[in-house]
Ligand binder design. Sequence first.
Ligand code: GLU
Length: 494
Amino acid sequence: MSSPVRVRMAPSPTGSPHVGLVRTALFNWAFARHAALGGQDATFVLRIEDTDKERSTEESYAAILDLFRWLGLDWDEGVEVGGPYGPYRQSERSDLYRDVLAKLAESSATYDCFCTTDEVDARRKASGSKVLGYDGFCRDLAPEQRAAFEAEGRRSIVRFRMPEGSISWDDLVRGEVSFETAHVPDFALCRANGDPLYTLTAPVDDATMAITHVLRGEDLLSSTPRQIALFEALKAVGVAETTPAYGHLPYVMGEGNKKLSKRDPQAHALAYREQGFLPEGLMNYLALLGWAIAADRDVFTLAEMVEAFDIKDVNPNPARFDLKKAEAINADHMRMLGLEELTRRVVPVLQGADVLGDPVADADAQLLEQAMPLVAERMNKLTEAPGMLGFLFVDEAAFELDETDAAKLLDESGTDVVRAAHAALADLGTWSTEAIQEALQTALVEGLGIKPRHAYGPVRVAISGRRVSPPLFESMELLGRERSLGRLASALDR
Ligand code: GLU
């Protein structure tokens, strides 16, 4: 059996979760699930990087978990489910970080730095150096100088001593990547009050959680040489065994070739649920941000993705976010669900819109079962259900016409059409789709000589309240004789 695979998603619970975060989580998840299919021992870990106390919120934490559960991104180890390397929230791992800092200090991998930002800036100006960040001033502080700083009451932070030379790795997505450490200043590992920073906690956790592959966004690429250097130091003090492999997933671009930012409404992952997206549709779309199952194929299931996923196929070039495409893919998944499953998903949406009660009345459930085949092929998002089906369930007293559609179609000639329809249907023998169609055809198209295209619009508005509805004759059959005739009569009374 091959060696175990351990990947992790490590979101910071700040703000509303971004679609880029979901894309990264999905690729990690698919990586683990694909490895498991091949018989490997593969684990997907969810840990929470909440070292930034000011910006981390419980609300954001809950939103991330809610999102992952909705999407079916199940994690094997991590917050709430536990596991052998817990706790999985960094705010609960302070003792570990303190320990590791002590070990690193002892091995001289780090040093205390007493400089203020102003001093560092002033030195840079004076020397004319173009290198940003820390200049290494406190690297080899003489004991007297250190004592003097302490006597002044200065506080210190811990910095990592970047080694000289270059740091390279074979990126799983981008191939060979190399950084000269001359351009990577000695970085801080904790604040003056001792609180650890991300620069320390992420590699320490990757080490102590035995992570084998770090797949994350390209925005973190510049932190990788620092993390790899720190890993060497962690190995030297016995905290890490091996350095994980790194793979950096492409940027997600929004409008106008700019990175999709938090300010962009399309960036908020949970908004897609509110808009009526299926998790299947959203996940399929997000999979395409950097990956493809085949050159000419956009629509696939998660199971198909898991089967085919190989990190080597991820395209390093920026991926463009395209809402229209996301919607089209969602529409395909709506059809792929099948009638029964689609009905199951539509019910809570109809309940949320007060179209159905909770629990659903038996008569309503029956009506819904009859109506779903009429609309299943026409819905692109779950949220379209109340608008399409509401007219069948609403009480007559509460039934309303869409004002714009009514103004357009129930003008004088439209009202004449409705009057003729009412007359033709009033004494209809059997109230069936075929009989209704035939009666209306005879009365409106043949009788009044109106083109079918124009004949049914006014009737449709009177019956369903809207210009766009499920098929008219079927809808009237479902609505029943009394309610249909009642609605035609009220349209005439307007
Ligand atoms: N907590 C980091 C973030 O949310 C992720 C760090 C990582 O994946 O290495 O950006």
